[in-house]
Design a protein around this ligand. Structure first.
Ligand code: 13P
Ligand code: SF4
Length: 367
């Protein structure tokens, strides 16, 4: 069913002025699937969101799009008025990824973008540590997160106090923090890394031994790719640790032609079964570069949906795990935070200054 078919089925709708808070006239027929009368699926909305819908139509039924499109339209209108930019992680749902995001990417790309954007407001569609990283890099900007409770099992596994103890126990060993940590933790570390540059950062330390915290699996995977001795901590990603090497072998037994690509937050025995491992953006690039007939992305569920639009002909097999934290971010919450300018992320200035040194050291590393 096409977008225009839905419009025809749902009748004539009021064109609303959300910014002015207009509720329209009583005789205007309204389609209010999200129980917000100012959000109607009008011909204007259908036309303005048609391009985005083309990219998501395989995952979002037309009737559902009729409910989402007014939110997409309202967000895109309001973000201009607020001089806001929407940074969205690759794990956002396709309606966010293709509908309202200005910049999409992995953790490193989003951090770099936060450092250079001209916008006054950043709406961080991702989890809390990502919004903190944006605030650390752009302290003069207003950083909003649509849901303050969008956390991360890795960020919650370690505190600044834990890092101070690690430093005492490992004198002289550089401490590298994965970007999936709080500002407090970053402030205690020598440098930051992401899944796309972890090996490079470890080797840039120029030591025989480093501590890479808090993801034990990322550290183990990096350890397998370098001569540097990589010590670590007991943290893990609750999404990626659930994949097993056994299930990957079973998938290959069923279909020997399938290509399997995995995120390095997966345990090393899972990565060993994969044809490629890399950050979320590196996984997307791998699919674009290799155009496999069939591919399985061993990571969060939205990845395959998001990349499918730009990789026609690739068949995605989807044994994925949902990140409950990433999935807290919805179009309704994005609109709410832009309307109210709510969900502002604040980082103590002293902590931010010390954390910035760790993040900037990473960003400034030569490739
Ligand atoms: P990247 O996008 O940097 O690969 O990170 C994945 C992740 O789990 C972020 O929370
Ligand atoms: Fe954290 Fe894992 Fe969710 Fe990423 S996918 S935000 S690492 S819990």
């Amino acid at each position: 069913m096409s977008t225009s078919t839905v419009y025809a089925e749902t009748g004539e709708f009021a064109v609303n002025d959300l910014a002015a808070g207009s509720e329209g006239t009583p005789d205007q027929k309204r389609f209010t699937p999200v129980q917000r009368p100012e959000l109607a699926y009008t011909p204007e909305v259908a036309a303005a969101t048609a391009e985005a819908y083309e990219k998501v139509k395989d995952f979002i039924p037309a009737i559902e799009w009729a409910a989402l499109a007014p939110l997409v339209f309202a967000i895109n209108k309001l973000k201009k008025e607020r001089n806001a930019v929407i940074l969205a992680h690759n794990y956002m749902t396709p309606d966010i990824f293709h509908g309202v995001a200005d910049i999409v990417g992995d953790s490193l790309q989003l951090a770099k973008e936060a450092a250079k954007t001209e916008a006054e407001v950043i709406v961080q569609c991702g989890v809390h540590f990502m919004a903190e990283t944006s605030k650390i890099l752009s302290p003069e900007k207003t950083i909003l997160i649509p849901d303050m409770n969008a956390g991360c099992s890795l960020a919650e596994s370690i505190t600044g106090e834990d890092v101070r103890k690690l430093r005492e126990d490992n004198p002289g060993v550089p401490i590298i923090t994965y970007v999936n940590t709080s500002a407090d933790v970053k402030a205690e570390c020598d440098i930051c890394c992401t899944s796309s540059n972890a090996v490079q950062v470890v080797e840039a330390m120029g030591t025989d031994k480093v501590l890479l915290i808090p993801d034990q699996y990322l550290a183990a995977n990096v350890n397998n790719q370098t001569d540097v001795d990589v010590l670590t901590y007991a943290g893990s990603c609750e999404v990626h640790e659930r994949f097993t090497a056994e299930e990957l072998r079973e998938y290959r037994d069923i279909d020997p032609d399938v290509k399997i690509i995995a995120h390095p937050e997966c345990p090393p025995e899972v990565v060993a079964e994969a044809d490629f491992a890399g950050s979320t953006s590196h996984m997307i690039d791998w699919v674009k570069d290799n155009s496999p007939e069939k591919v399985m992305m061993i990571t969060e569920c939205s990845m395959a949906d998001n990349v499918a639009a730009s990789t026609p002909g690739v068949n995605y097999i989807r044994p994925c795990n949902l990140c409950p934290h990433m999935k807290r971010i919805t179009l309704t919450k994005i609109l709410d935070c832009l309307v109210d300018m709510s969900g502002e992320v604040i980082v103590d200035e002293g902590v931010a200054d010390r954390a910035r040194a760790a993040v900037e050291r990473m960003i400034n590393l030569k490739n």
